[in-house]
Design a protein around this ligand. Structure first.
Ligand code: IYR
Length: 296
């Protein structure tokens, strides 16, 4: 038979094939390792170069640093001054924190406003207070647009009611509208023309320095959220009420109406003033401390 006659050749062929496969495996493994090593080498080289760049950029004795595009947005020689801090006694600290909690615990979201006059000075103080919020690299990425002009308030109301009707009827899920039922909200927003002031909070995604270069606003979302918390607190301290609203799909139209640039996005709209006579709010309960805090 053919196989009986030539079996030695078959066996030799098979052995050669196995040796070739093993050889190729070893070779390609070595190639892969070589590639990985040269990748790592490149990475280290890049890090080395980066270190060198950082070193050069931070070398303040080098005058050319001014033109390299890495000059900080804040003054390079910004002074550091002693902190103004008055230490309270423990008793005062306990009393003040408890009093402040009582005041803030009375804060309620109000949907029915009176049109009673509120002096502008109060609104200015409130916004100055919001402007004390911390921000990423002290970029202060916020613009507060205060609207008291009745025609402008009406235009804002029209934009919002048109969109909110579509939101309630089409865009919001059935679960969402069901969850809002107990709060008795809908797309009719009388407060937008009743309240003496509307404060629209815009977050600035970026801005420009005096020399026209772009200024990055790090953590603008968090910075504006922190400022909004302080804004609500200042409104409460001033004895006024507000409603934290986030008009869905109205941002671009309101931004254009109010002449704000493309670099700004509407984050919140708050009517601010006094509550309407006989104003009611939902009887909501707040979570107790043990449900919102975990201690170690
Ligand atoms: N923006 C709508 C819907 C709305 C959504 C939530 I979440 C609320 O807590 C309340 C309302 C409105 O202002 O009616």
């Amino acid at each position: 038979m053919f196989f009986e006659l030539y079996w030695q050749y078959f066996v030799a062929g098979l052995i050669l094939y196995i040796i070739a496969r093993i050889g190729y495996g070893v070779y390609s493994g070595l190639q892969k390792k070589k590639k990985a090593i040269s990748g790592l080498q490149k990475k280290y080289d890049d890090i080395g170069r980066l270190d060198q760049v950082i070193e050069e950029e931070t070398d303040t004795t080098n005058e050319e640093v001014e033109d390299d595009g890495l000059t900080p947005a804040l003054p390079k020689d910004l002074k550091h001054i002693p902190l103004k801090f008055e230490k309270l006694t423990v008793e005062d600290s306990i009393a003040k924190s408890a009093q402040f909690y009582d005041l803030m615990n009375k804060r309620r979201t109000v949907r029915h406003f009176s049109s009673d006059f509120v002096p502008k000075e109060i609104i200015h103080n409130i916004i100055k207070t919001a402007g004390t919020a911390p921000s990423g690299a002290h970029t202060e990425p916020w613009t507060y647009v205060v609207v008291s002009c009745p025609e402008m308030k009406l235009k804002i109301r029209q934009i919002i009611e048109n969109e909110e009707e579509i939101n309630y009827k089409k865009r919001m899920s059935r679960e969402w509208t069901a969850d809002l039922k107990p709060l008795k909200t809908n797309w009719v927003k009388e407060y937008l023309t009743d309240a003496p002031y509307l404060i629209l909070v815009f977050k600035q995604l970026y801005s420009f320095r005096e020399d026209g270069r772009k200024k990055t606003h790090y953590y603008n979302e968090q910075s504006v959220s922190l400022a909004a918390g302080i804004l609500l607190t200042a409104i409460q301290v001033a004895g006024l009420v507000s409603l934290t609203s986030t008009p869905l799909n109205c941002g671009p139209a309101l931004r254009l109406l109010l002449g704000r640039p493309n670099s700004e996005k509407l984050t919140l709209l708050l009517p601010v003033g006094y509550p309407a006579e006989g104003c009611e709010v939902p009887d909501l309960k707040r979570k107790p401390l043990e449900d919102i805090m975990v201690e170690f």
